[in-house]
Design a binder for this molecule. Structure first.
Ligand SMILES: [Fe+2]
Length: 296
């Protein structure tokens, strides 16, 4: 996990943001807090997972926690932009270490319904069944709900398409958009998972580029070409002008056609099965789900 030096350059506006990049899953985790404030939110944390060994570890999450402790910040919220299919969330671990509240969009209820027949609770013990009412999270956000991170005002907007439950978190001039949009030269998230919709994704990109031009859009992943290092942020103005899939000038028909073409035959994410099983449980790694090698 590396930090993006660009994020460290504060331009004096708030909120303050620190990004941590996990090269194994190309995921950006963020810590966000209001200038002069001590309360913070952690967005889209990563629990490291060695698929060959079936073993989780916490080096990435510990690095985030080390930063938080070093800044004397207090974790108030542990937020997910959606149920990830490519990495395990460290939400439960971070909650256990900090006492922060885990939260996600109420639309997760649709995602639970979609996946329950696949992963099921049949045969699960009460300890490792996943609740269908979303109570594995401390809070489910309604669309357009507002909340506070200390004195920093935040609101959510529903930005589905990649999954039905994708949510973007807006905090003053920063927007944490998960996989609804990527950096301009990468585009936007795939829409071929169950419940995904290219039409919804297009509508979500229109919501995001309607934010003020100076809004800093922080993305959930980066898949940089060989010519640049991973980055995490582009302004709305830059996205409107130059996003290869979702610039302002791109029509819905073009967006959908190109999305479907790009998603055709896309490989299943390597960590799809363990990710969904853990993330649908808000990061609870049950013993019955993943058996570490040292327990065999
Ligand atoms: Fe995703």
């Amino acid at each position: 996990m590396t930090e993006d030096p660009a994020v460290r350059r504060s331009d004096g506006t708030f909120p303050e943001v620190r990004g941590f990049f996990d090269p194994a899953t190309a995921t950006w985790t963020y810590v966000v807090w209001g200038a002069g404030d001590k309360n913070c939110a952690v967005i889209d944390s990563v629990l490291d997972y060695d698929a060959a060994a079936g073993r989780t570890s916490t080096a990435s999450a510990d690095r985030v926690l080390h930063f938080i402790a070093g800044r004397d910040l207090r974790v108030e919220w542990i937020l997910e932009t959606h149920i990830h299919a490519d990495h395990l969330t460290a939400a439960r671990y971070i909650k256990s270490k900090t006492g922060g509240r885990t939260a996600i969009s109420r639309h997760i209820l649709d995602v639970l319904k979609t996946w329950e027949p696949v992963f099921g609770n049949a045969g699960a013990t009460p300890d490792n069944a996943f609740p269908m009412d979303g109570s594995q999270f401390d809070h489910l956000f309604e669309d357009d709900e507002t909340f506070g991170i200390g004195a920093l005002a935040a609101r959510i907007i529903h930005t589905p398409g990649h999954t039905p439950a994708d949510t973007s978190y807006i905090m003053n001039n920063a927007a944490f958009v998960g996989d609804a949009m990527f950096l301009p030269d990468v585009g936007a998230g795939r829409c071929d998972f169950p419940g995904g919709s290219a039409a919804d994704s297009y509508a979500s990109t229109r919501k995001l580029i309607a934010l003020p031009d100076a809004t800093r859009m922080y993305v959930g992943h980066d898949y940089p070409p060989a010519t640049r290092d991973p980055c995490c942020m582009a302004t709305v103005a830059e996205q409107k002008q130059g996003n290869i899939r979702a610039a302002a000038a791109i029509s819905m028909a073009d967006f959908i056609a190109r999305r479907k073409e790009a998603d055709r035959g896309k490989p299943v994410p390597e960590l799809l099965l363990p990710s969904l099983q853990v993330n649908l449980r808000a990061g609870d790694v049950g013993d019955a789900l993943i058996i570490p090698v040292n327990k065999i």
